[in-house]
Design a protein around this ligand. Structure first.
Ligand SMILES: [Zn+2]
Length: 281
């Protein structure tokens, strides 16, 4: 298999995999979707009852316009930067699941109305680099005498348990397309030009009466050029061995790290299977 990185940004990537099969690329796609772990807020402890502002002596009400459950759900969806080398699941941690700096992160929220509580108000206790990556997400609006005082705990999980732990988004695979051009006898230059003009990604050009493809990789298989030439001079075919894998992440884990983890996880699972088969004898 030959791998070519077409695009590599921290939150989005396109990788070309040549000399493989659809099922192999699909296994990577599904692992990216379901098995890459990350931190997400799992427990939220709300202060119930009056909240006193020590500076002014004013009392605030802890009940807000939204149910606590809805606020907790919103907090759970905030992307938290996750170093996969540092954090692990509670069940796999050396602390035995009691909770330690390697398996959980604590946050506090302390706001008094009237105001809007944003994601940036969810403050990590300790390491400030663990603040959410989307500080401007609104959580809840507080009225004049309302306050929100809560402690939240983020733990490592995967999308198999809940979508809030889903690192990769928009994970898609598609075959590399081949544009075959063979000018039929009854086809004219004008017809080829008309067909080239229909291409939405502008990869066809006509020069000296000949139609050519400038950048085949960009073909999106829309079929517009194929339809435009009724003589059948242009044919688009999908490759059965070359694929593109495209995905984004919410930023909690970079695309590079997510792909690396997915490949390592697949390898581990197949090794476990191999050992189990050997055990059968
Ligand atoms: Zn631990």
């Amino acid at each position: 298999m030959q791998v070519t990185i077409q695009e590599l940004k921290p939150r989005s990537t396109v990788v070309e995999l040549d000399g493989t099969t659809a099922s192999q690329v699909n296994a990577i796609r599904r692992t990216l979707l379901a098995d890459v772990p990350k931190l997400a807020i799992e427990d939220v402890e709300f202060h119930l009852g009056p909240i006193r502002d020590e500076a002014t002596g004013k009392d605030y009400d802890s009940s807000t316009s939204m149910f606590d459950e809805a606020i907790a759900l919103r907090l759970g969806l905030l992307p938290i930067p996750t170093d996969l080398g540092e954090f692990r699941r509670k069940a796999d941690c050396t602390c035995g699941g009691a909770g330690c700096p390697h398996c959980q992160v604590m946050y506090s929220i302390d706001r008094k109305g009237p105001c809007t509580v944003y994601a940036r108000d969810v403050v990590p206790l300790g390491d400030a680099s663990l603040a959410t990556l989307e500080p401007n997400v609104p959580i809840v609006r507080l009225g004049a005498r309302q306050a929100l005082l809560a402690y939240a705990t983020a733990v490592v999980g995967t999308a198999r348990e809940h979508a809030k732990w889903q690192v990769a988004q928009g994970v898609g695979m598609f075959p590399r397309m081949h544009v075959k051009i063979q000018k039929k006898a009854d086809c004219s230059e004008a017809c080829l030009k008309r067909a080239a003009a229909t291409c939405p990604v502008n990869i066809l050009e006509v020069a000296g009466g000949k139609l050519s493809v400038t950048d085949e990789v960009k073909c999106i298989d829309c079929g517009a050029c194929e339809k435009a030439c009724e003589h059948g001079s242009i044919q688009i075919a999908a490759d059965e061995e070359d694929f593109f894998l495209r995905f984004e992440t919410d930023g909690s884990v970079t695309t590079r790290e997510a792909l690396r983890f997915a490949l390592k996880d697949l390898k581990r699972r197949f090794e476990e299977l191999r050992e189990a088969i050997q055990g059968i004898g």
